[in-house]
Design a protein. Sequence first.
Lengths: 472, 472
Amino acid sequence: MPIIPVILSGGSGTRLWPLSRDSKPKQFLNFGSEHSLIQETALRCQSEIFDPRPIFVCAESHRFLIAEDLLNIGVSADILLEPARRNSCAAITAGCLCAIARNPEAIVLVLAADHQIPDIAAFSKAVSQATKDADTGHLITFGIQPTKPATGYGYILPGGQISNHDCYKVEKFVEKPDQKTAEKYIQDGYLWNSGNFLFKAQSFIDEMMILAPEILKAVQEAHQKAESDLDFLRLEKDAFERSPSISVDYAIMEQTKKAAVFTVDYQWSDVGSWEAVWEVSNKSDAGNVVIGDAEIVDGRNNIVHSVGKLTTLVGIDDVAVITTSDAVLVTSKSQAENVKKLVTNLQDNGRVEANEALKIFRPWGNYERLDMDDQYQVKRIVVTPGGVLSLQKHRLRSEHWVVVSGNPEVTIDDDVRTLEPNQSVYVPLGAVHRLANHGKEPVVLIEVQTGDYLGEDDIIRLEDVYNRNSDS
Amino acid sequence: MPIIPVILSGGSGTRLWPLSRDSKPKQFLNFGSEHSLIQETALRCQSEIFDPRPIFVCAESHRFLIAEDLLNIGVSADILLEPARRNSCAAITAGCLCAIARNPEAIVLVLAADHQIPDIAAFSKAVSQATKDADTGHLITFGIQPTKPATGYGYILPGGQISNHDCYKVEKFVEKPDQKTAEKYIQDGYLWNSGNFLFKAQSFIDEMMILAPEILKAVQEAHQKAESDLDFLRLEKDAFERSPSISVDYAIMEQTKKAAVFTVDYQWSDVGSWEAVWEVSNKSDAGNVVIGDAEIVDGRNNIVHSVGKLTTLVGIDDVAVITTSDAVLVTSKSQAENVKKLVTNLQDNGRVEANEALKIFRPWGNYERLDMDDQYQVKRIVVTPGGVLSLQKHRLRSEHWVVVSGNPEVTIDDDVRTLEPNQSVYVPLGAVHRLANHGKEPVVLIEVQTGDYLGEDDIIRLEDVYNRNSDS
């Protein structure tokens, strides 16, 4: 019986800020691969032991990112939308209920969408072997043979062997250690806790009934009342929000007597810091990892990620320098944990850079702010072929559009026409308008907005093919 | 008799890249002051001992920058334009000839435009005292009492006392030392060589006749044939280019028997590295210097200069991080000398960022590229009140202008009109056009260029109030 992958896309990945932001977190980024981490995760589960239709559990606001990523690799999936963040236990419960609806006997493999496991064959083999122990009702976590005394991971101490495979009782789970403790853990045979699990969906639900009935009840109701919306299954908000927010480790794995750890020694990373990205990336002779446009004079063991402008390093070692169009981060690689603290500070100060990138992704394409002032704002708008913006109007701004490529269909009040590159059009304040791309090439246009208020919330949607609220 | 300041604005300041670039070098930037370094230098020479009309020697391409900086502080000057870079000896010679033309007995104070001396009273007092030794024909260099064994400066060993002031014979000049040698210099009573001089202009010219007659002859001819152009005196190109390119230290000061050193102990810096900027700037309790928009978590003794976007530092000490709209520099403060090497590398690779900033200054205002691609380019154009662009046309591009503030007068072929904010206009390929601001507020407009070639050199100037070549 094929294993159903349940892929959790719940993280916000603030440790990889400013590249990763709430508006496009880590799982949607690619690190030295043509595929994003979530695409790699999906592709990792396409061998014959898996049901080819994985189940994703993701935040409402990321649904178009995930749909586009899956479309681009030709993977069909059930996508469960969480109306609120309720941590991993609720998310896994929802995934299990979805799997049971497909097959009451289903075995599920629970994976984080933002981890990296390069050796797919070793991964598939381990999952396949562990299935035998899942069949007997164990809740299996994958324990990774450590390659160094990492302080960024939790650890597991394995106990007595369960079967003639690499499957053991769990002696104990422990939190992220300090350096010295981590070294002792390595000597004592502890394993990294990968946060990836394998079990029969019903075994998990049975344990939920005993150990976390409140979560189970809330998620069951949210799942029963869920509504289909395009390719998505939208969990019911009120019920889901009643679920306590708690991790699966605390709620189940550390409590259940059915916990088991399956030891593996393939390369695994949670890509949880810029140092981790440096570790898994190809390096120059001087140990530098360079992604994008950068120049290094007399520097070693650095990681530079530069989008849209030149980043230069002179006479400096062991740093991470991340340049994006609106924010730059410079950090000692070893200090990466503090990046999360920085992002929290920025959030507390109401800085938009904390969560949102300048380039904003929408189901119809994307836009990026190029310039702004009190009285105007300049954006580059890209509409992908087939993309249609909502029929809308603004109360406080007018817009000028200059087409630089593609052939947009422009509706302004009763006038509908298709423009050529180098044509421009004016959208007066209050005019009902729509932009659509029925061509085969992307439409690129420069929009100049003028007015007394230029916030994204000055938009009245009259008709939207994507059924969006005003803020998504 | 008042002293005539001769202020040399010849440096390109690559050690402060990417803030300082050939298109707007260090002397035109401000560091913790409302005034640029060149403005501070001019204002330093406005006490009663000075002729209120200084002489500036500067590169042709910087003439509008210097004129605007002087206009803004209400200082009138003679501005000599160098048609080529021929190092400090030729520049000082030109300045002396200009001073002699004003008064054959003139005493000149030669200052670099890009040094910092905060204590104006101490400075004026020293200059005033040193005048007595200049009167007797000495070529005086100012030697600064060192405050640390700096490796970025040349040193002077003073010899026997010349007068009852702090004026001494020069025992020897020495080049920038390594750390150990610098420490020995300090013990042995060496002084920093400030590169600032005081002498009778004629005393200097007399020594030129003996020690550097070829330079003198070339510069004399360039000065005789110089042409007035608006507020500038343009040295004649062919003659000036015949001058050997050599520093005043090599050509004169290290050769002449009339050299003297006047010792001073006021605070002086050549602001020659990001470490030097850090040293002269106000610091937080943690020793951080922050200019612009930055956030530091757990970092000490850093300097951050951030223009137009957020720059963040996490868990890192003793670095300089400079963020501009098109380039970022991260360097260990102690390694600042290598920044020059980086800029040379960038120049060798043909990188426009090496010399030009995105924001380009013109006599009529400035412009900045916001976005570009093969087929289009977006610029923000600011025309200052009274600014007039040349009457021009383009062979390969058309332009869309959207006015966001001010009231530009727009000429397109035979049509002349004044636009309001939120109006737009199209400039077809080949149309003769001009933009002018006859209002009292700056004009800001967004220009979208489309075409097969978008280089700055696709411009045919038909009429230009500023008498420019196509490349300035």
